[in-house]
Design a protein around this ligand. Sequence first.
Ligand code: SAH
Ligand code: SF4
Length: 341
Amino acid sequence: MQVIDALSLDYSEWKKLIEEMCYPRFRADQICQWIYSHKVLDYNGMSNVPKDLRAKLNENILMTQPILIKTFNSGGTIKYLWQLLDGERVESVLLNHGGHKTACISTQVGCPLACAFCATGSMGFKRNLSVGEILGQFLLMEKMQDDKAINNIVFMGMGEPLLNEDNLFKAIRILNHEKMRNLGARHITISTSGIVPGIEDLADFEIPLRLSVSLHASNDELRSRLMPINKKYNLQRLVDALKFYKDRTGERITIEYILIANINDEPKYAYEMAALLNGLEPYINLIPYNPVKNNKKFKRSSDGAIKKFCAALSELKIEFEVRRERGSDIAAACGQLAADY
Ligand code: SAH
Ligand code: SF4
């Protein structure tokens, strides 16, 4: 018999299973409420569910979840190291700022895209995470927040979300569903390195979430050196896909741009980027490069260089912000997740 994983089930699948077990459909609502509102991930704790149904659930629908191995704290930032059923490990990060909590969630063990500046990319690719493994990170983190909800979720942890599209989209539908976690679309962000077919699919996705795109270079020669995926989907194809997405959804796109000393941080690249993205009116997130273990090739841009780059963007009337560093001392900042403990 196929093993059924509770956290991978959506609302209609829960209802169908409960009906097949000959119980009324409202029992599915109760179970979903226990899991997604109360974060009770154990059938025995679902006190208004009949005992015989709980016994059947225990037998047939496994409530597997990531095991917490370790946490790392730095100010408001907490990094969680999880172990999955097959022994693989992933990390998630909780950011506390301005009274809001944001969970940064992983979608793959490792990443196949091998960006030159990224710790996850240097560990290679092991496998995609299941729907339940994606949701499990979020639910367990939320459970640990003294009943204070996590307000936002960003798919910016380990891996490329749009290379695990089916599981990612299903996890998002579950998070957003009113009978499940009921997390608003505006509170969900996907970050992608520029997977063109995935961006096109997102343009037609029924949940209007937020899209961030990791650009990091404004010409193909440099971008292909930093991000090998650019050889498959070059800048022209990427920009075309982003225009399609914008036309279709009316949504503003965020562009992420790491500032690496003497690589991509001269003002001429700000001008090049403005020309490339002309007509897209994006919001630019500048991320000073975060050091990565065993990577001596890159350095963070100097404060002076960052200032000059910002001045060029201001002159070009492009909206931007410089993302403040959080958690780099515990290797929890962008691009530092490697689960190598
Ligand atoms: N694979 C997706 C999402 C995970 S990476 C993507 O690439 O968008 C999350 C963000 O961290 C991306 O913008 C990525 O480019 C950035 N990043 C990777 N390594 C970094 C580093 N060393 N310093 C700063 N940002 C980094
Ligand atoms: Fe993968 Fe994103 Fe890291 Fe590139 S930056 S290797 S796409 S996780």
